[in-house]
Write a protein that binds this ligand. Structure first.
Ligand code: TXA
Ligand code: MG
Length: 333
């Protein structure tokens, strides 16, 4: 199959909406990462997503909607979830809710719950609205690769396996949405994202944050054969972080013949002397927005070991560290 990249003009969005109505897949931008979408009401369409990504059938998809009424069509809401929907959607927040029977089992991997979110991105919203159906979409990467934050990343992973990529430029946030399971008596954060637990607690009171750092989804979604192209390791954040990273860099480069690169903030760039670095911006949120892009870039430049700086925990720092933990398989120095 030929894969085309299209600018998100009105005409192209209409074309893509038509493809979705016909049961095809379309990759599209959201404020978090690119998604690979298909009609959430068709099991044959959803099957194409699993096939294109090489995604295990045990890993459920998020349903994306363009308005709040569409949430009610696919899921049961209660008072707490409706308050969250009103306060924080559209936005980078996904609610896990009891599923309605219109949603085929393949979409939810047989679970009786369904994950739903309303993306805060004009192209995503226009596409879903025009398609007229809820759109199930995982991140548009090959399973176990970092999520794509640019159309080119989607192309690199899925060329020949999807018909169209809508190119909406870089995704502004760069890390996937916060996921909260609303079906537990105390709602539980299952994946950290740009919506912080404190934002949620302001709306519905206390939530269970125990598994925020470990990403409690990992056991259902990470296949045992997870193999990144370059090995990733990361540092915790502490006072002499740069010198610990330098020690590690010099040892692995010298003793193990590796070709390492350090992902660092601009503030520390000078401390690494002539060593290979890739600057991730000035702030923790800069770092979060380009982490996946920098990992893919390092792999393209044939580095075989990425050593990522840690950041202080709290807010987006916790989200960033949870992704480093997951992508490195807990490989911390
Ligand atoms: O920001 C995002 O959430 C992006 C964009 C495209 O919207 N999507 C995304 O989808 O990250 P995906 O499939 O890569 O990650 C969604 C996670 C999966 O790990 C899946 O296991 C979990 O959500 N999930 C989906 N439905 C679930 C359910 N009913 N119960 C528990 N976890 C669920
Ligand atoms: Mg994903």
């Amino acid at each position: 199959m030929e894969t085309v990249i299209l600018k998100p003009s009105e005409e192209n969005i209409a074309k893509c909406a038509e493809l979705i109505r016909k049961g095809e897949t379309v990759a599209f931008p959201t404020e978090t990462v690119y998604g690979l979408g298909a009609s959430a009401l068709s099991s044959r369409a959803a099957e194409k997503i699993f096939a294109a990504k090489g995604r295990p059938a045990t890993n459920p998809l998020i349903i994306h909607v363009a308005d709040k009424a569409q949430i009610e069509a696919v899921a049961e809401t209660d008072d707490k979830s409706r308050r969250l929907i009103d306060a924080l959607m559209p936005g980078p927040l996904t609610l896990v809710l009891p599923k309605k029977s219109v949603v085929p089992d393949i979409v939810t991997a047989g679970f009786d719950t369904v994950a739903v979110r309303m993306p805060d991105h004009p192209v995503a919203l226009a596409l879903i609205r025009e398609a007229g159906v809820p759109v199930c979409a995982p991140s548009a990467n090959t399973s176990s690769r970092p999520s794509p934050t640019m159309a080119q990343h989607v192309y690199d992973d899925l060329c020949g396996r999807v018909p169209v990529i809508l190119d909406g430029g870089k995704c502004p946030l760069g890390l996937e949405s916060t996921i909260i399971n609303m079906t537990e008596s105390v709602p539980r954060i299952m994946r950290a994202g740009s919506v912080d637990s404190s934002d949620i607690e302001r709306v519905i009171g206390s939530v269970n944050k125990e598994s925020v750092m470990i990403d409690s989804l990992a056991d259902i979604k990470t296949p045992a054969h997870f193999v990144p192209k370059a090995e990733l390791t990361f540092s915790a954040f502490y006072e002499n972080m740069c010198s610990v990273i330098i020690g590690y860099y010099d040892t692995v480069a010298l003793l193990r013949g590796r070709r390492p690169v350090i992902l660092c903030t601009a503030e520390h760039a000078a401390e690494y002397g002539g060593r290979e670095i890739s600057v991730v911006g000035e702030s923790v949120s800069d770092y979060a927005s380009c982490l996946f892009e920098k990992i893919r870039e390092a792999e393209k430049n044939n580095y075989d070991l990425i050593i990522a700086e840690g950041v202080p925990l709290g807010g987006i720092g916790t989200t960033l560290m949870s992704r480093l933990m997951k992508l490195s398989n807990g490989n911390v120095i």
